[in-house]
Structure formats: structure tokens, C-alpha cells
Design a protein around this ligand. Structure first.
Ligand code: AR6
Length: 170
């Protein structure tokens, strides 16, 4: 089954869903944007789990396009699924890596048994992916996914991001 898609303009740290996706970096040790907000609102428990992942299976960091889960600390969600988007490049097509972030996050959500999942617009901030193209990849990938997740909520921070996603969902 493919999930129901919903769009909202807002802050991903306020979403009461089973899992929220973090647009992280390979270090898993925090950063700005969504990543900064998730760690700030979620508290130190999330970072402690990320450090444990780095000390264990992910000693070299989380590769671009992959995803891994931690609990969600004080966020109103059960889990955070950390994924690493690609930095946009004009000389190389990295679309499949961006699609992989969505596919892998859904796969981890299925492993966890998450029924509701919130995504930010991965790679569209610090990693400079053009919004329209990122929205197309996000919506197509989620629509095509075989998953037991019932609702995928795209949480867009500002009006341009919301509009870009709305254009794809229409
Ligand atoms: N809720 C929802 N969306 C948000 C929020 C929020 N609280 N805050 C920002 N956005 P970015 P990236 C939007 O830069 O491009 C970090 O430093 C934002 O407007 O968070 O994948 C990581 O550690 C934009 O549309 O992620 C990495 O180093 C979108 O979320 C790097 O940035 C993604 O912007 C990852 O860059």
C-alpha cells in the first residue's frame, strides 16, 4: 500500500507522529536547520544515542542516502529517523541519493512499526537542493513506496517550500 500524503506548513519538532525524520549529516552529531531544532527540542538523550551509534556500527558515520533510528527524547514522537541528504551538485545527478533518503527512512519506519511519519524537505536548506526538484523527488518516491506506513506528513517550514510540495501533490 502507498501511504496517505499530507502537507503542513510548520515545525517538525512539534509533530505528534510515531517518527520524525531528521535531515542530518554523516557525523550524526548535530548541526543547524532541522537537525539543530530536533536536538534542541528533543534534549540530550538523542545525541547520546547518536554518539553510541558512532561508537558502534557507524564508526565512519552514516553514509549519504542511508537512515538510522534513535528514540525521540522529549519530542512528541517515539522515534527520530536520521538520514543524510546529498549536497546538491550542478555537475553530477545525485537524485537517486535524495530518493534513497525517503526510501530508507520508510524502510526503517516499517522496521519500527511506525504508522505515521513526518519528513522535512531533505537537502533543501544548507545542502541547497532546488525546492521544486526536491519536492518532485520526495513526492514521487513516497508515492511509489511499498510500505505499511499509513500517513506520511511533509512538514514544510516556510510558504515557498509548502507551495513547492503542494504543486506536486495536486
Ligand atoms: N521544521 C521543519 N523544517 C525545517 C525546520 C523545522 N524546525 N528547520 C528548518 N527547516 P536543513 P539540509 C527546513 O538545512 O539541507 C544541518 O546542519 C529548511 O527551511 O535543515 O538537508 C545538518 O546537520 C529546509 O527547507 O537540511 C546537515 O549538516 C529544510 O528544512 C545539513 O544541515 C532542510 O534544511 C543538512 O542540510
Amino acid at each position: 500500500m502507498s501511504p496517505t500524503l499530507t502537507l503542513i506548513q510548520g515545525d517538525i519538532t512539534e509533530q505528534a507522529v510515531d517518527a520524525v525524520v531528521n535531515a542530518a549529516n554523516s557525523s550524526l552529531l548535530g548541526g543547524g536547520g532541522v537537525d539543530g531544532a530536533i536536538h534542541r527540542h528533543g534534549g540530550p538523550e538523542i545525541l547520546a544515542e547518536c554518539r553510541a551509534l558512532r561508537a558502534g556500527h557507524y564508526g565512519r558515520g552514516l553514509p549519504t542516502g542511508r537512515a538510522v533510528a534513535t528514540t525521540a527524547g522529549r519530542l512528541p514522537a517515539r522515534w527520530v529517523i536520521h538520514t543524510v541528504g546529498p549536497v546538491h551538485s550542478d555537475s553530477e545527478d545525485r537524485s537517486d541519493l535524495l530518493a534513497s533518503c525517503y526510501r530508507e527512512s520508510l524502510r526503517i519506519a516499517d522496521e519500527l512499526g511506525a504508522g505515521t511519519l513526518a519528513f522535512p524537505a531533505i537537502s533543501t536548506g544548507v545542502y541547497r537542493w532546488p525546492l521544486d526538484d526536491a519536492a518532485r523527488i520526495a513526492v514521487e518516491t513516497v508515492r511509489d513506496a511499498e510500505t505499511a506506513v499509513e500517513e506520511v506528513r511533509f512538514v514544510l517550514f516556510d510558504a515557498p517550500a509548502y507551495e513547492a510540495f503542494a504543486e506536486q501533490v495536486r
